[in-house]
Design a protein around this ligand. Structure first.
Ligand SMILES: *Cc1c(COP(=O)(O)O)cnc(C)c1O
Length: 361
């Protein structure tokens, strides 16, 4: 293919290749270990709706029933919710609604790649404020950049992927207040944080968009349902860009069944994950040369003396974790926390590797 057929903005992109994983334990994408269809109540509600879903009808473009259920869950009005084909689509819709070519996206770094990739596609530039040592956000630096640049869009990932750090709500509000333009707060992992959502302050801010998803705590990554929460005018603006029939009928009825039982699912899924996170964090931090950073999510970012050696040792134990190319994340592994059984295996591999590196056996 002639590369010049491509938009100039994407000619430098590397092909997105997902290598086929040979490991049995896949803990590289922050997926939940729990299947929503294993809850009898969810399955029954889903199957009942499924039986009444005509395949030839387009789905409801605004997912009316689902947005009402999501609004109920996050305590806002249905007009303040927009449902997307995953949080990823919400990010793309936000970028395409607000950024022109040559506009600026402001993010902290390291963070989720998708924000800057989508910005690059539309020809916008990304300005990063690097974390301080220990992957703590540079709060002063961020506030200063917001005031100095007044970027069209600022994104705060809270808690952050891949570092796990949770920022206090008061700081996030300071950013929203300092910005004259859009501030996106990505709360994909909020259910694991035991912290208050900024959605509670929605009435105060006409420039705030919150991103949430059913992919993580609810274990629905395969069904692709995420949502934006913002004041009505912003939701209407995003609706101008959203693909009309973006969320399939099947995803809508599955998400509706899940939201009907949201408290039961969270009570089942979240506490064991937090206990396993605590176990793994303590086990890793007890090892020489290994640091597991504090996390408010369902994953841990661990820094080791030799990342490649740990990835190999984990792979030999049939475990696949996420490693990084970026210099800021050198020798860092992102480990999804699933069950106690799995984290114990991970901890054992780390222990052997750390002892081996110390010259023991
Ligand atoms: C997983 C994730 C999302 C959304 O994922 P979807 O599966 O597309 O809903 C958004 N932001 C962050 C930071 C994530 O890690």
């Amino acid at each position: 293919m002639n590369k010049e057929w491509l938009r100039r903005s994407i000619r430098s992109f590397e092909p997105y290749d997902v290598p086929e994983l040979k490991e049995k334990i896949i803990i590289n994408a922050n997926e939940s270990p729990y299947n929503v269809f294993d809850f009898a109540e969810v399955k029954a509600d889903f199957m009942a709706s499924f039986a009444e879903t005509p395949s030839f009808r387009y789905p409801d473009p605004f997912a009316k029933k689902l947005r009402a259920a999501l609004a109920d869950y996050v305590c806002c009005r249905p007009e303040e919710v927009l449902v997307g084909n995953g949080g990823d689509e919400i990010i793309s819709v936000i970028i395409n609604t607000f950024l022109d070519a040559d506009d600026t996206l402001l993010v902290h770094a390291p963070t989720f790649d998708i924000y800057s990739i989508d910005a690059q596609i539309v020809g916008a530039k990304t300005v990063c404020v690097n974390d301080l040592p220990g992957f703590k956000r540079d709060r002063e630096g961020l506030l200063q950049k917001v005031k100095e640049l007044q970027p069209k869009v600022t994104v705060i990932c809270n808690p952050n992927n891949p570092t796990g750090e949770l920022l206090p709500l008061s700081f996030v509000e300071e950013v929203v207040q300092a910005a004259q333009n859009i501030v996106v707060v990505d709360e994909a992992y909020l259910e694991f944080a035991g912290a208050e959502s900024i959605i509670g302050k929605l009435n105060k801010y006409d420039n705030l968009i919150v991103i949430r998803t059913l992919s993580k705590a609810f274990g629905m990554a395969g069904l692709r349902v995420g949502y934006a929460v913002a004041q009505k005018e912003l939701i209407e603006a995003l609706s101008l860009v959203k693909p009309v029939y973006n969320v399939s009928s099947i995803s809508q009825i599955a998400a509706l069944a899940v939201m009907k039982h949201s408290q039961m699912i969270l009570q089942h899924n979240v506490p064991p994950t937090l206990a396993a996170r605590q176990y793994l964090s303590e086990a890793l931090n007890a090892l020489p040369g290994v640091t597991a950073y504090p996390s408010a999510t369902n994953f841990l970012l661990a820094q080791v003396p030799d990342g490649a050696a740990y990835v190999k040792a984990l792979s030999e134990a049939d475990i696949s974790v996420r490693a990084y190319k970026a210099a800021a994340l050198k020798n860092c592994l992102r480990i999804t926390v699933t069950t106690m059984e799995v984290v114990k295996k991970v901890a054992e591999v780390f222990k052997k590797e750390a002892e081996y590196a110390q010259g023991g056996n």
